[in-house]
Design a protein around this ligand. Structure first.
Ligand SMILES: C[S@@+](CC[C@H](N)C(=O)[O-])C[C@H]1O[C@@H](n2cnc3c(N)ncnc32)[C@H](O)[C@@H]1O
Length: 221
């Protein structure tokens, strides 16, 4: 986690624009629920949060880096927008039970080892309303950063040599089976793999997009 603070302090990874999948999802969900309440895990410098707040979505977000949260808060304040931002770890979410309709994870959960992701997903289930949704984007184990790292394991990978990843302490890369097991407590789990590759077939990136719902408590048991 310390590496993320150094990355933001150095002014790196200050993503400016929201990710397109998140833009589409927010527009789609807001149509059905204008009072949508969203939590972003690992919000970084606030690119997705600023977009959501500018669309009048009530949003909260957490990041372990104080510098990232300071950037996000400054971006909100410049635009007279509000969001409930907190510095902290997503394994211990400082919000009450069942208060969000949607939780977003844009490549943040995969910044910690698999056992911590399991804890964070229990927290997500706690803060989601029954039938609430989780949208997660997670690195796939076919990603070349995983395969070219000095210490690639099934729980956490460190020692990156792949261009653009050298500053990061470690990441978790999931197989399809890992994703299925990780999201076991959810229902209607939909998993899609996106890869980008060169014309000659070299894979440049690979990630899972996961949509999953918290079961309706009335129907449990
Ligand atoms: C790849 S960046 C993604 C940032 C943002 N979601 C985006 O879409 O641009 C991952 C983020 O997760 C944060 N992060 C890593 N481990 C964390 C933890 N245990 N708790 C909270 N945030 C964490 C990092 O500080 C970083 O901002």
């Amino acid at each position: 986690m310390a590496s993320w603070e150094s990355i933001y302090q150095a002014g790196k990874q200050l993503n400016r624009y929201p990710f397109s999948d998140i833009v589409s999802l927010i527009f789609q969900m807001k149509r059905d629920n204008p009072a949508l309440k969203v939590l972003e895990l690992g919000c970084g410098a606030g690119n997705n949060v600023v977009f959501m707040a500018s669309e009048s979505v009530t949003c909260a977000a957490i990041d372990c880096s104080k510098s990232a949260i300071d950037f996000a808060q400054a971006r909100l304040s410049e635009r007279n927008l509000n969001a409930d931002l907190k510095v902290g770890c997503f394994t211990d979410l400082p919000w009450p039970d069942e208060c969000f309709d949607l939780v977003i994870d844009r490549s943040a959960l995969n910044c910690v080892p698999k056992p911590q992701i399991e804890v964070a997903l229990q927290q997500v289930l706690r803060v989601l309303r029954p039938k609430g949704r989780l949208f997660s984007q997670m690195y796939a184990d076919s990603h070349p950063a995983h395969n070219s790292a000095l210490n690639a394991t099934s729980e956490f990978t460190t020692g990156f040599r792949y261009e653009g990843y050298q500053d990061i302490d470690g990441l978790y890369f999931a197989s399809e089976k890992d994703v299925t097991l990780l999201f076991d407590g959810f229902e209607k789990v939909n998993i899609a793999l996106s890869t980008s590759q060169t014309l000659s077939g070299n894979i440049l990136s690979a990630q899972w997009s996961i949509s999953a719902f918290k079961p309706d408590t009335d129907q449990v048991g």
